[in-house]
Design a protein around this ligand. Structure first.
Ligand SMILES: Cc1ncc(C[n+]2csc(CCOP(=O)(O)OP(=O)(O)O)c2C)c(N)n1
Length: 665
């Protein structure tokens, strides 16, 4: 079909009107991008993107990610116009409580919103992750007879996204990996928030992208036919490279008083709403206006999209019939693995096994789980050799092997976690990523977004304490475990030994409504044979459990996580029969247990409690209470052999015994 520039031009101005009216109504928001990119929206949503508004999660849709999430009204207007279930009253309720049109796009809140964006650059990383997922899905599920995956990922990003490090990490990775199903559209308007962009950037972005292995085109953002040609060329490119389209635009185009300047970025232009609306040919007395002919055009376009979907669906049905095993696997992506089922697949560890830390237990636990869950994929930021998060039965994901399940991210922790989010948004593959725990700080923004967006990403982060030893304080997380526990909807699990590690992986994989961090030790830990293996595994699924039951009236409770559980068990022997040891691998899982269980583990009547963890102490207070004590590390670590540091910083059974004895009777 030829591009209907007349009606799409009209639609672009009406989309401008929707943005002006919505921003005017709530007196906040960003007009710059929705106005500056209106013609791009018209071409994409009115012509070029392959979507089905009736079925927003259709597996072979083009994914559109608005990385410049502040321009959310762009997305809402076009999703509304193309017929997603986003009624006009929701557009009019932009940014108001419980509307489907929050300030920045939020995954799960609005049909058609593919990713939560707003923190600049993240959407670029997410788009790269979706492109990885698209490549993996095509390799695993397409057959010579039937192509069911051939869609593209389209990302719209501005100067802000281009300046962010996370985007740079992700686009370098995309270039290296030759992700040719990815199209990045750069809204190059020369303006950021505070100032004109030349105040903060002087790079040649097109050359930058060429240098990292992308195909680059430059077009005028108001020549719809030229933009469509560039877009189609990008879709059909045979170079094996990701596609960059630099589009020259004018921020806030349509409000002459502010357009082309930083005053056009935010809501400032809204005070010129009436004259702008008149200039755009919109009726003065009708806000949130869409003309009948524009409605009719988009109605017909939606029918075309649904027909294309129906054609695909025929192929899908034939594929499903011909490939029942592949189909069952693909459809299993929607199901929730059961922890009990997974645990049954993980052999018990030998009681005398000698392993290089819980990280090595993690390696051994991962293999049978990966065999059981073929959609589980893993990756590491150049630390497979230390984190052991490699699926040994499979190979690397790369341009020659898109079915590979191990992704080498390079030293790009921020990009890695944003890409993992992209895989999780896509929803077919289950991503787990790995690095040193101390570098969680390098990947924290996407971890927060995973928690906010309820993405089931698994972080296998190792070297979880001063047990790192000789590498010293730069590499020894002391505050990291607690810092991650503070993120709402993040589950942190710090297992004590190999069987608890099995429980941690099973719990993480069973979780489908948010991310889970598994913190594993570098240093060897004993197998805690005095606790039954089934209790160690099952206890993790409850977050905390009685690891050692007192055999006399309860006198003191010792709480510990991870590698310090062995110290609590040793201290209990010293303290005698009235001492109970509670293993606390996960605060968040424990806090969700019924009150009855929590009180059975930590009876309120016993206020003599001491916790031990090789990290900052503050968060343990809720379990030990005001009368209790905490043995921890409220300072940075040291560079020395691990055991020397534990002793020097007082993370020992002796210190724990002394703390318990110092409690009031
Ligand atoms: C990580 C992050 N830092 C800062 C901001 C605040 N912020 C929102 S938009 C913006 C300027 C972005 O400039 P550009 O991408 O060129 O957008 P445009 O001005 O073209 O709308 C800033 C700094 C943010 N959303 N995310």
């Amino acid at each position: 079909m030829t591009l209907q520039t007349d009606i799409l031009g009209k639609a672009a101005n009406q989309a401008r009107g929707l943005a002006i009216d919505a921003v005017h109504a709530c007196a906040s928001g960003h007009l710059g991008l929705p106005l500056g990119c209106a013609e791009l929206g018209a071409v994409l949503f009115g012509h070029a993107l392959s979507l089905n508004p009736e079925h927003p999660r259709w597996i072979n849709r083009d994914r559109f990610v608005l990385s410049a999430g502040h321009g959310s009204m762009f997305l809402y207007s076009w999703l509304h116009l193309v017929g997603f279930d986003l009624p006009m009253e929701q557009i009019a309720r932009f940014r108001s409580l419980h509307s489907m049109t929050p300030g920045h796009p939020e995954f799960r809140e609005t049909p058609g919103v593919e990713a939560t964006t707003g923190p600049l650059g993240q959407g670029v990383g997410n788009a790269v992750g979706m492109a990885v997922a698209g490549q993996m899905a095509a390799a695993r599920f397409n057959t010579p007879g039937h192509v069911i995956f051939d869609s593209h990922v389209v990302c719209l990003a501005g100067d802000g996204c281009m300046q962010e490090g996370v985007a740079m990490e992700a686009v370098e990775f995309a270039g290296h990996q030759r992700l040719d199903n990815l199209i990045l559209i750069y809204d190059s308007n020369g303006v950021t928030l505070d100032a004109m962009a030349y105040m903060t950037q002087s790079e040649n972005t097109a050359l930058r992208f060429k240098a990292i292995g992308w195909d680059v085109q430059t077009v005028d953002g108001y020549d719809m036919a030229a933009f469509l040609r560039a877009f189609n060329r990008a879709k059909r490119a045979k170079s094996g490279k990701p596609q960059f389209i630099l589009v020259r635009t004018v921020i806030a185009k349509g409000i002459p008083e502010v357009q082309g300047t930083q005053k056009g970025h935010g809501e400032g232009g809204a005070k010129f709403a009436e004259s702008a609306r008149a200039g755009l040919g919109l009726p003065a007395d009708q806000h949130f206006y869409v003309s009948d002919d524009v409605r009719a055009y988009f109605g017909a376009h939606k029918r075309r999209l649904v027909r294309a979907y129906n054609r695909w669906n025929k192929t899908y049905k034939a594929w499903r019939e011909a490939n029942p095993e592949k189909a069952a696997l693909l459809e299993s992506a929607a199901s929730r693995p059961s922890a009990a089922h997974l645990l049954a697949k993980i052999p018990l560890f030998a009681p005398d096994v000698k392993l290089a830390g819980t990280r090595a237990a993690g390696r051994d636990v991962l293999q049978p789980i990966a065999a059981e869950l073929p959609l589980l994929v893993g990756g590491s930021a150049d630390l497979y050799g230390s984190t052991y998060n490699y699926i040994a039965a499979d190979k690397d994901f790369d341009a020659s092997n898109r079915a590979g399940r191990n992704i080498r991210f390079g030293i790009r922790e921020h990009g890695m976690a944003a890409i993992a989010n992209g895989l999780a948004y896509d929803g077919i593959f289950r991503p787990s990523v790995a690095t040193f725990l101390v570098f969680a700080d390098y990947s924290r923004p996407p971890m927060r977004l995973a928690a906010l967006s309820k993405l089931p990403v698994i972080y296998v982060y190792t070297h979880d304490s001063i047990g790192v030893g000789e590498d010293g304080p730069t590499h020894e997380p002391v505050e990291t475990v607690s810092a991650l526990r503070l993120i709402p909807n993040m589950v942190v699990i710090r297992p004590a030994d190999p069987e608890e590690t099995a429980g941690a992986f099973a719990a993480a994989l069973e979780r489908t409504d948010g991310p889970t961090l598994i913190a594993l030790s570098r240093q060897a830990v004993p197998v805690l044979n005095e606790i039954s293996p089934h209790l160690r595994r099952g206890g993790v699924l409850k977050g905390a459990y009685v690891a050692l039951q007192e055999s006399a009236p309860l006198g003191v409770i010792l709480l510990a996580s991870g590698s310090e559980l062995q110290l609590a068990l040793a201290a209990a022997k010293e303290l005698g029969a009235g001492a109970r040891v509670v293993s606390v691998p996960s605060f968040e899982i424990f806090d969700r247990q019924p009150e009855e269980y929590r009180e059975a583990v930590l009876p309120p009547s016993c206020r003599r409690r001491v916790a031990i963890e090789a990290g900052v102490t503050g968060l343990w207070r809720k379990y030990v209470g005001l009368d209790g004590k905490i043995v921890g590390i409220d300072r940075f670590g040291l560079s020395a052999p691990a055991q020397v540091i534990f002793t020097e910083l007082g993370i020992t059974a002796e210190v724990l015994v002394a703390a318990a004895r110092s409690l009031a009777p």
